[in-house]
Ligand binder design. Structure first.
Ligand code: NDP
Length: 313
């Protein structure tokens, strides 16, 4: 079994940034790239909020550049997926579908994925009217009318954010009360640009086909009875019904919160186990941005490098 100083699980913004710092520190990190190399950004068309790129850059290109930069300094990549870990023994043991490794240190950077509504039209209009990130895509809907689906903190925050850009925001929620914190609810309900559609579920996202096409309306079902379907004219739909962190393989091996995110000591990337860190969306239910993921990757690598250096001093 190959023995590595550092294995990074995941190849999104957190993983590549951790690899860049670790490689420059001489740790020869191995990145196990996983089933969606590049992570969530590879399904993002234009990234307009990553510092240093005043012109929009495609998500896949940004990730390719991060990879190239990490490789330049000696990062190695395994095109494999980790299917089992043993963090109860040290050095840690990682099993991929094809390889196995022992590791003195590990950074979990497996990310998270937005939950989608799973309704007709959603996939067809993905990136052309359907999004799961207002901070990323809200800008494209300046002065337009949009719908946000969900009733938790994310949905309310997305609706409030979009109300600063859009002419009108429709919050569509399947029940008659919100799950979001009181203070957020008060802001939402007091915002004249936001209309809440209680007891409604999106049945279909509809629009026009073709390159110039896009979403034109959503069809709503009533969830409180048998009333007729309704049509709501909107230019965009934001799914805000939660995220699923990619932590199934770590269950029982590292502390997870109630939503499945890796629990880290606030202000750090430490999981509580020696030289086992978590960085990026897998450990971040709040910010979930490429730049915050990259920042956490950097923190994890620097912390590990310093601990390893102190151990061998
Ligand atoms: P939540 O799980 O809290 O809320 C999801 C919402 O989406 C619920 O209202 C749920 O409805 C609704 N929903 C779920 N599935 C569907 C579906 N298929 N169709 C329609 N609606 C659906 O997720 P969040 O992303 O909002 O929050 C996750 C965690 O992150 C929470 O702990 C939250 O507090 C935290 N968070 C904190 C923030 C902050 O502190 N500022 C900001 C953002 C998130 P129902 O209510 O009926 O279950």
């Amino acid at each position: 079994m190959e023995h590595r100083r550092l294995v990074i699980i995941g190849s999104g913004a957190a993983g590549w940034t951790a690899a860049l710092y670790a490689a420059r520190a001489g740790l020869k990190p191995l990145v196990v790239a996983g089933i969606q190399p590049g992570g969530q950004l590879t399904i993002t068309d234009d990234v307009e909020n990553y510092p240093g790129f005043p012109d929009p850059i495609g998500g896949p290109e940004l990730m390719a550049r991060m990879e190239e930069q990490a490789l330049r300094y000696g990062t190695e990549v395994a095109h494999d997926t980790v299917v089992r870990v043993d963090f109860d023994q040290y050095p840690y043991v990682l099993e991929g579908e094809e390889h196995q490794w022992k590791a003195d240190s590990v950074i979990i950077a497996t990310g998270a994925a937005a939950r989608w509504l799973g309704v007709k039209g959603e996939e067809a209009f993905m990136g052309r009217g359907v999004s799961a990130c207002a901070t990323c895509d809200g800008h494209f809907y300046r002065g337009k009318e949009v719908a946000v689906v969900g009733g938790g903190n994310t949905a309310v925050e997305e609706a409030l954010y979009l109300s600063n850009l859009c002419s009108k925001v429709h919050l569509i929620h399947r029940r008659d009360s919100l799950k979001a914190e009181r203070i957020l609810q008060d802001r939402l309900l007091g915002n004249p640009k936001i209309e809440v559609h209680w007891n409604r579920a999106v049945a279909e996202i509809a629009g026009t086909e073709g390159l110039q096409g896009g979403v034109t309306h959503v069809v709503l079902d009533r969830t409180d009875g048998d009333g007729p379907q309704e049509e709501l004219r909107v230019d965009g739909v934001f799914a805000a019904i939660g995220h699923d962190p990619a932590t199934a393989v770590f269950r029982g091996q590292v502390d997870l919160d109630d939503h499945g995110y890796v629990r880290v000591t606030p202000g750090t990337t430490r999981t509580g186990k020696k030289l086992l860190h978590a960085a990026g969306d897998v450990a971040d239910p709040h910010w979930r941005q490429a730049v915050t993921a990259a920042g956490m990757g950097c923190m994890a690598a620097l912390d590990i490098e310093r601990t390893l250096a102190a151990e061998t001093a």
